[in-house]
Design a protein around this ligand. Structure first.
Ligand SMILES: Cc1cc2nc3c(=O)[nH]c(=O)nc-3n(C[C@H](O)[C@H](O)[C@H](O)COP(=O)(O)OP(=O)(O)OC[C@H]3O[C@@H](n4cnc5c(N)ncnc54)[C@H](O)[C@@H]3O)c2cc1C
Length: 465
């Protein structure tokens, strides 16, 4: 039984990777630790349940990774995807610390496997969890429990007592009643606000009603809201997030990885006017997949359709839902509820603009269009072989970037610029410090692991001094 009357050294709010890394790290530093997870046990672990890999720097190949992936290359990648919108000192520190992370997290029971082949090609940069994110989390929970970390599920924090930048207590809901929990320090690891449509609407307007949330419905940003309202400085911009194109038939929440569609590069993408709106062949897929959520969000009614033909059907990872199939483009248009003549015209124009080339989807090949706006600059092949297929897509929000500002000790910074006396943050809730915009696969887990480990260690050290 968890004793909520007790005053713990460290209170960790959240139940995903960042929270568990913080809890384990604090406990290993000698602190007593309580974890409060809003979700019931079966759904514990937030968005971390859906993950597959983590990006860590390394100087030589290891068993499950080819190499090297140096600190400098990691930094270059991060700078490119964020267009420089990152806190350089924090980002460089995170990258440096990531070098020890595979070892550290392995010590907590997490196992890795070699990368699978396919459209993501991450075998050099990203380590894949054996059994996926849920197995990874189970290992962390097992380790935390065996070390004596107390964990309480269905324990959403609904209020915080913070005075002059110092955390005093948190209030949680238990059986419909408010219960106050005291601790020497706080680690906030409660995710972003991606499951809070009203908050998303502040940045996106009514378009946010049509967004699908790829992960947990429990990340409503309630901790983030409380912290900002109690004087913690924010970082990042309300519209910045990781968003990909996912199957429009996916559930509103928690559809996870299997609803993502990786086939944009094999066809064309049209909006509900049956018009193309962006170069589907701009760059290799790992560098470009994360722009399609925003692109679809900017289209009327936030919907798009990936259209391709029989030549491409088996060239990409299938998603949960089968594509919509038809023997002609006009029939496909009808099935999609589009103006089928307009779709036929769009495909005919596209086909006429395709220049001959040698198709190779593993490189930036020479198959392109000429005289078409927007162009398709690689992998352009005529859509001419029945049956024809389409996937409807909507913006799938993965996680938001607006968060709490932190320093290199993962300590939250208050609005007057001073570090909080005893409040720390890790994971999505502070991701905006590193990710001002853009994304490179696997960084979400690096942010959670590195800052979680630091936050736990620093919180324990503060509480015990
Ligand atoms: C489908 C999908 C696939 C992904 N794949 C990858 C990947 O392969 N690699 C990668 O690096 N990143 C990936 N990400 C992103 C990754 O999931 C996150 O960056 C990472 O898991 C964040 O960890 P976290 O601990 O900060 O948040 P989470 O794991 O989301 O945990 C937040 C926790 O806080 C709890 N919580 C929220 N509010 C409260 C409250 N008020 N009180 C108590 N508890 C609260 C939630 O219940 C949840 O347990 C993916 C995300 C999704 C949705």
């Amino acid at each position: 039984m968890v004793d909520l009357e007790r005053r713990y050294d460290v209170l960790v709010v959240g139940g995903g990777n960042a929270a568990l890394c913080a809890a384990i790290s604090a406990r290993r530093s000698g602190a007593s630790v309580l974890v409060l997870e809003a979700a019931p046990k079966f759904y514990r672990g937030g968005n971390t349940r859906h993950t597959r890999n983590m990006r860590c720097a390394h100087d030589t190949a290891v068993g499950t990774l080819t190499g090297p992936y140096t600190e400098e290359e990691y930094w270059d990648d991060l700078q490119r995807v964020t267009a420089g919108r990152t806190d350089e000192a924090l980002a460089r520190m995170m990258i440096r610390e990531s070098k020890d992370m595979l070892h550290w997290i392995g010590m907590q029971g997490v196992r890795f496997q070699p990368s699978l082949g396919g459209t993501l090609s991450l075998g050099r940069t990203n380590s894949f969890f054996l059994g996926g994110g849920r197995a990874m989390l189970n290992a962390l929970y097992r380790t935390a429990e065996s070390l004596g970390v107390d964990i309480r599920y269905t324990a959403q924090v609904v209020d915080l007592d913070v005075q002059d930048g110092m955390f005093l207590s948190a209030t949680l809901m238990r059986d419909g009643e408010h219960v106050s929990v005291r601790a020497g320090t706080l680690v906030a690891a409660a995710g972003g606000f991606e499951a809070n449509i009203e908050w998303l609407k502040q940045g996106w307007g009514n378009a946010a009603e049509n967004f699908l949330i790829r992960g947990t419905p429990y990340n409503k940003g309630s901790m983030l809201r409380l912290l900002l309202d109690r004087g913690v400085q924010s970082t990042g911009d309300v519209t910045q997030c990781h968003a990909v194109a996912i199957d429009a038939r996916a559930p509103k929440y928690d559809g996870g990885i299997i609803t993502r569609l990786d086939c944009v590069v094999f066809g064309i993408v049209v909006n509900n006017k049956a018009e193309r709106f962006y170069d589907e062949g701009e760059d290799v897929w790992p560098k470009r997949y994360a722009i399609w959520g925003r692109l679809v969000a900017a289209q009327p009614d936030q919907i798009g359709y990936i259209v391709f033909d029989a030549k491409s059907l088996t060239m990409f990872m299938p998603s949960l839902f089968p594509p919509i199939e038809a023997s002609t483009i006009t029939e496909l248009g009808r099935k999609l509820g589009l103006d089928s003549e307009a779709l036929d015209r769009t495909v005919t124009h596209f086909n006429a603009a395709v220049r001959p080339g040698s198709f190779d989807h593993t490189i930036l090949d020479d198959c392109r269009t000429e005289g078409l706006v927007p162009p398709k600059t690689h992998w352009a092949r005529r859509i001419d072989t029945a049956p024809f297929y389409a996937y409807p897509v909507r913006p799938g929000i993965t996680f938001t970037y607006l968060g709490t500002r932190v320093n290199g000790d993962a300590r939250m910074i208050m609005s007057d610029g001073k570090p909080s006396a005893n409040m720390f943050a890790a994971g999505e809730i502070m991701a905006g410090n590193v990710l001002g915009q853009g994304y490179a696969a696997g960084i979400g887990m690096t942010i959670g692991s590195v800052f979680g480990k630091i936050a736990g260690r620093e919180a324990a050290s503060h509480a015990r001094n």
